[in-house]
Write a protein that binds this ligand. Structure first.
Ligand SMILES: *Cc1c(COP(=O)(O)O)cnc(C)c1O
Length: 380
């Protein structure tokens, strides 16, 4: 389809319903479907395997990510777990060294026990990936930007390595959403999301989405989705589909608000470091401009000490002090005590995740209210 992003988000997979003409995709709250006779049915047999509300969501996300097939799961981690089941014991994965903590836990505390092996490298340098490839390597697993340090990896360079060596390149695109970045267009085999974050966007659901343009992988993923069964219910599929319709307008506001907040933070002496890909002095600015359409809503900043971070987090009023990200409401978190508590102190130090680091998920409120809130919290 030659349509633009917003048109696809509102219409892809969402033709008016056949029986009544309902313009909005109905919530098919059913576990099974009456069949017409032996071996005769309308393409729907049992709702773990197929559900029309889920099918609409899957068609829509596939189109938005520029893939051919989409798959919905009960959470982001269920999606990642299904993708990892494309591999077998003994297979080797090269992953980023500052990935989402829950993904690291799945790799290190679950999959390693089943005989998978992992090497974690700084993905900012594609040479590190080349150097880590062994005969057993099957997959490169990347996030860009990373959480909370906003490191980018060059998707085109990793895509080229994957193509040349026959590896799968899997990209967790949660931080950008399909509106700001499309890994498959840069050579990724699979793009996946925690739809709990920007795609859901209202802090009211947990979900995961996977997209690929590889037919054999799609067939296997469909098999795994049904065989392992971590599927979302129709209500959550409906909410996700509803959220997708406004993703572009929400992301535009997340980006413009975050740009204003980041600019404000740079003018405040209390912050020793600010990490935001949209800042003029961002070290990977050229790469950001090349592979991202805008810079997103996430900002990390260093207040220099645990005491200052603690005082700031206690003083905000519009920002909620909470884990998660990507919702319409602004959130603030302290990575060391919240999301990255299980990361060993020496690894945190190497990554720059200091005791004074705080992370903003800038929402879509009036930006002047957000800046005023930060200002009063700095005074406190
Ligand atoms: C939250 C998150 C996940 C996990 O998703 P859930 O929906 O919480 O299971 C994976 N990757 C990233 C980047 C995330 O932020």
């Amino acid at each position: 389809m030659g349509y633009g992003f917003s048109t696809k988000a509102i219409h892809s997979g969402q033709e008016p319903e056949e029986v009544t003409g309902a313009v909005n995709v109905p919530i098919f709250q059913t576990s099974t479907y009456a069949q017409q006779g032996i071996g005769q049915h309308k393409g729907f047999e049992y709702a773990r395997t197929q559900n029309p509300t889920r099918s609409a969501l899957e068609a829509c996300i596939a189109d938005l990510e520029g893939g051919t097939r989409g798959f919905a799961f009960a959470s982001g981690l269920a999606a990642i777990d299904a993708v990892m089941r494309l591999l077998s014991p003994g297979d080797h994965v090269i992953a980023g060294d500052d990935m989402y903590g829950g993904t690291f836990r799945l790799f290190d505390k679950v999959l390693r026990g089943y005989g998978y092996t992992f090497t974690y490298v700084d993905l900012r340098n594609p040479g590190n990936v080349r150097a880590a490839i062994t005969d057993a390597t099957r997959m490169i697993y990347a996030e860009t930007p990373t959480n909370p340090m906003m490191r980018l990896c060059d998707l085109g360079a990793l895509g080229a390595i994957a193509k040349e060596t026959g590896l799968m390149l899997v990209v967790d695109n949660t931080f950008m959403s399909p509106y700001l970045q499309n890994p498959i267009s840069h050579g990724a085999t699979i793009a996946l999301h925690s739809s709990t974050k920007y795609i859901g966007g209202h802090s009211d659901l947990i979900g995961g989405l996977v997209v690929t343009n590889d037919d054999a992988i799609a067939t296997r993923l469909g098999f795994l989705q049904n065989a392992c069964g971590a599927v979302p219910g129709p209500q959550d599929c409906y909410l996700t589909l509803r959220s997708l319709k406004t993703l572009s307008v929400r992301m535009d506001r997340h980006c413009s608000n975050a740009a204003r907040v980041a600019e404000y933070l740079t003018g405040r002496p209390e912050f020793t470091k600010i990490y935001y890909p949209g800042l003029a002095d961002f070290p990977q600015r050229e790469l950001a401009l090349r592979q991202m359409r805008n810079f997103g809503g996430m900002i990390s900043a260093d207040l220099g000490s645990l005491e200052k971070a603690r005082a700031f987090c206690a003083a905000v009023r519009v920002f909620a002090f909470a884990e998660s990200l990507g919702g319409v409401e602004s959130l603030l978190c302290h990575p060391v005590s919240m999301t990255h508590g299980s990361v060993p102190p020496e690894t945190r130090a190497a990554l720059g995740i200091t005791d004074g680091l705080i992370r903003f998920s800038v929402g879509i409120e009036d930006v002047d209210d957000l800046i005023a809130d930060i200002e009063q919290a700095l005074r406190a």
